[in-house]
Design a protein around this ligand. Structure first.
Ligand SMILES: Cc1ncc(COP(=O)(O)O)c(C=O)c1O
Length: 353
């Protein structure tokens, strides 16, 4: 049974080259600093992102949490976007692991209002929780994969410098942002103090993320990683597919972004579906069925009957993420199936109008 799975780019399967690389990886004890493959990956990503050093982590979540643990002190405040992954989807890790409090602020389309941001910075004071860190997410996962404009990143970083507050960028899909902005990834993260990239999304590796920053920051993060049981011993088996991913999958990211635009454009022409094509910056497409007389769960069940999986994101909308596991044929198949389902529901559309 061939399933068209558009729920996320995390469903991608490792390529044969990645599997071979795992099998043949040269490994050592990484806790003793002796795994050459892990080190190769860390150095490779640090180079790509223009930072001094890198740290291989189990996941994007682990990289984000280690960054906060390394940058902040207990009882400080961390400013995050209200739709960010670090705030919404990391099991309260900031409170549980770093013992910081979050000040979540609205970041429409991923863009910080700089005046508002500055007004929320807390400096020393007997009753104040000092602002210890500001987080940016690029691309914005829960915000339709939108890209943060460079101008906004620059202004946030300027503010950080002025107040002595480090800036961390969750760059899980930084290469999608790089394609969309037409700027090298290292140019996007140039002014931030640290960032991470996930290997398991559009890059299709089976495991991990890499956190990058200054040597001092990475040394601290490495120590926290060990504390939470993140020492990998022969971790090279897990790092090897990441190296292959970085060396071979970057052109695919451009295809994913382009496919998302094509998908969005075609869905926007189907009567009954609402797709804002201006909000397709990268590989995520959001679609609303609010004009149809059907609940989102029933709609998704109809798709599932046809072996299609998409992700519900609200009471009236779902998202699709393009990735290398979806062929052009499958994309076309998906669009025509969706169209057929909507046409069958279309009398309801008409009577609503
Ligand atoms: C923006 C962002 N940050 C962090 C993560 C977490 O990555 P992981 O699933 O590897 O923990 C994700 C996952 O989707 C994400 O989209």
């Amino acid at each position: 049974m061939n399933i068209i799975d558009l729920r996320s780019d995390t469903v991608t399967q490792p390529t044969k080259a990645m599997r071979d690389a795992m099998y043949h990886a040269t490994v050592g004890d990484d806790i003793m600093g002796e795994d050459p493959t892990v080190r190769e990956l860390e150095v490779l990503v640090a180079g790509i992102l223009g930072k001094e050093d890198g740290l291989f982590t189990s996941s994007g979540t682990m990289a984000n949490q280690l960054a906060v643990m390394s940058f902040t002190n207990r009882g400080e405040e961390v400013i995050v976007g209200d739709t960010s992954h670090i705030f919404n989807l990391e099991v309260g890790g900031l409170a549980a692991l770093s013992q910081v409090q979050t000040r979540s602020i609205s970041v429409p389309d991923g863009v910080y209002d700089i005046e508002k941001l500055e007004s929320l910075i807390q400096e020393e004071g007997i009753q104040r929780a000092r602002t210890g860190l500001i987080c940016i997410e690029n691309t914005n996962n829960l915000n339709a994969g939108l890209v943060v404009p460079m101008e906004n990143i620059r202004k946030v970083c300027e503010l950080g410098k002025r107040y002595g507050i480090p800036i961390y960028m969750d760059g899980a899909r930084i290469f999608n942002a790089s394609i969309a902005l037409g700027i090298e990834a290292k140019g996007i993260v140039k002014d931030v103090d640290a960032t991470m990239v996930a290997l398991t999304k559009g890059l299709a590796a089976p495991f991990g993320a890499v956190l990058v920053g200054s040597k001092e920051f990475i040394a601290k993060a490495r120590w926290f990683k060990q504390r939470i049981g993140g020492g990998y011993r022969q971790g090279g088996f897990l790092a090897a597919p990441g190296i292959v991913a970085l060396n071979s999958m970057l052109p695919q990211i451009a295809i994913d972004n382009a496919n998302a635009k094509i998908l969005g454009k075609r869905l926007s022409t189907i009567d009954g579906l609402l797709v804002d094509t201006n909000r397709i910056h990268t590989n995520i497409v959001s679609c609303s069925i609010e004009k149809l007389y059907i609940s989102i769960d029933e709609f998704l069940a109809k798709l599932l009957e046809k072996n299609i999986k998409v992700k519900r994101i609200s009471n009236t909308s779902f998202r699709m993420v393009t990735h290398y596991g979806i062929t052009e044929l499958e994309l076309n198949q998906f669009i025509s199936t969706l169209e057929e389902i909507v046409i069958r529901l279309s009398p309801a559309v008409k009577c609503q109008q």
